[in-house]
Design a protein around this ligand. Structure first.
Ligand code: SAM
Length: 458
């Protein structure tokens, strides 16, 4: 199997030997955007020196700006079923937790989607527990159709990323046919003994089947896959090295690695106590691992959820994170319940701000919140997208789209404060565009958006 535990431990051991000069050279190399070798990553992971760590953050920040510009993509999760046959010890939806399970009817899904659309969302991550009887693939496929076809006056959901349990090539083909965006699946932990211990009496407990899910997804033609680790289950240095090996495996076999990497951190949930998990990660280590992933795989999007506080999220968008969830609920029917003042989720959240508050805060710090979903609808997926990223075209072609979606958001959902700061940011960004062709194109599109014409290609 491609996650060779002995090899990872050996590299991490060797990585303990390093000095300041060596680390500075590694940082210089990272800046060339060509990624890093295993031993270089191991040396960075083993660095404890605060001054050097500051340089790691600065380098990660420069790389982030070079590739992504000021864009930060926003999305929301949508939980439609909490039926689950697994006993993931860390999860509030584990089978042995007794509560009234539910899955949404198509009408209830429409209701949730309308609430999300009223918050300005265009991109969702669809989430379900694993239960082939109560939540079969046919239900998921029907729900995808329902979501895409639910429109409000300002448009509809334009991209659905899907986070469902590891499944068969046949089922992945069905998802592909429904035009999903990214197929997301977290390995939870790459360390096999822990993986097996935290998934007792569970279909999910089959480490090899879970680990090879992306191979099956890619075989089925899904070329955007998003990996991740639930940080806090096992040693984070091992997990980062393993993520890199997984990415390289996909690159070797399918010519494209992870489209995104998510970095969820373990939170308190119903039926578990954080005291049972000795690998809890400090904020400092969490920032460090995020920045190191950015240096190692500069072209891979990185996702941070509302499990983290507003402060950490605002800090980490400077070091590597390119996508944030906003205004999230992790309960089934949670958006309606939230409107009614109740919400029972899968785990605790820390950033409770509304999407509007998040957008204002990003704009206030000079970032461009983006609701753009043009890539996959224009066929820019998999290796096509990676090649564009490697040619440095994300910031030149995605920034104009991001500005257009920001303008749509400002006009459709903004309050007076956002109308002022948002429109000023868009104007300033357009004024500073150096490519005349792009500038004229964006100005023309913006005028149309201001006239009330919505651009469904972004
Ligand atoms: N059932 C699918 C699967 O098995 O992959 C989807 C999983 S769930 C809806 C989404 C993710 O939530 C999980 O992959 C896990 O990483 C995360 N999660 C579960 N419990 C958590 C907790 N206590 N704290 C933080 N994240 C948690």
């Amino acid at each position: 199997m491609f996650i060779n535990h002995e090899y990872i431990n050996e590299v991490l051991e060797k990585g303990k030997e390093s000095n300041r000069e060596e680390i500075l050279k590694i940082l210089e190399k990272a800046e060339e955007l060509k990624g890093l070798t295993h031993i270089e990553i191991a040396k960075l992971l083993n660095t404890e020196d605060k001054d050097i760590m500051q340089k790691v953050f600065e380098t990660a920040g420069r790389i982030k700006r070079k590739i992504y510009g000021k864009r930060v993509v926003l999305f929301a999760p949508l939980y439609i079923s909490n039926y689950c046959v697994n006993n993931c010890t860390y999860c509030g939806y584990q089978c042995k937790n007794k509560f009234n399970r539910k899955k949404l009817t198509q009408d209830e899904i429409r209701q949730e989607v309308r609430i999300l659309e009223d918050l300005g969302h265009k991109r969702l991550a669809l989430e379900v527990g694993e239960d082939d009887y109560n939540c079969p693939i046919e239900y998921i496929l029907e729900s995808i159709d329902t979501i895409y076809s639910t429109e409000n006056k300002n448009g509809n959901i334009r991209r659905i990323n899907v986070n469902i349990a590891a499944t068969t090539v046949e089922n992945y083909k069905k998802l592909k046919d429904k035009e999903i965006g990214t197929y997301i699946l977290f390995q939870e932990t790459y360390y096999k003994p822990t993986y097996e211990a935290v998934h007792p009496d569970s279909i999910k407990g089959n480490y090899d089947y879970h680990l090879t899910a992306f191979d099956r997804a890619m075989e089925a033609g899904i070329d955007d896959v998003g990996g991740g680790v639930l940080f806090g289950l096992s040693d984070y240095k091992f997990e980062v090295m393993a993520l890199m090996l997984h990415n390289e495996h996909l690159e070797k076999e399918f010519n494209v690695g992870f489209h995104t990497i998510s970095v969820p951190r373990l939170k308190k949930a119903e039926g578990m106590s954080l005291d049972e998990y000795p690998h809890a990660i400090s904020d400092d280590d969490f920032k460090k691992l995020t920045a190191i992933i950015r240096l190692a795989v500069p072209f891979t999007g990185m996702i941070l959820s509302t499990r983290e506080t507003a402060e950490i999220r605002e800090e980490l968008i400077n070091y590597g994170i390119s996508q944030l969830s906003a205004g999230s609920c992790t309960g089934v029917g949670g958006y309606k319940e939230k409107e009614e003042g109740k919400d029972i989720g899968q785990f605790q959240l820390s950033d409770e701000r509304s999407p509007l508050e998040i957008v204002k805060s990003l704009v206030g710090s000079g970032f461009i919140p983006s609701y753009c979903t043009a890539c996959y609808r224009s066929g820019r997926t998999g290796d096509v997208m990676m090649d564009l990223a490697k040619q440095g075209k994300i910031s030149t072609s995605c920034t104009p789209n991001a500005l257009m979606t920001l303008m749509e958001y400002v006009l459709d959902y903004g309050d007076n404060e956002l109308k002022t700061i948002g429109e000023n940011l868009v104007k300033d960004e357009v004024a500073f565009m150096t490519d005349e062709k792009h500038k004229i194109f964006v100005q023309d599109k913006l005028e149309k958006i201001i006239e009330g014409k919505r651009d469904f290609y972004i």
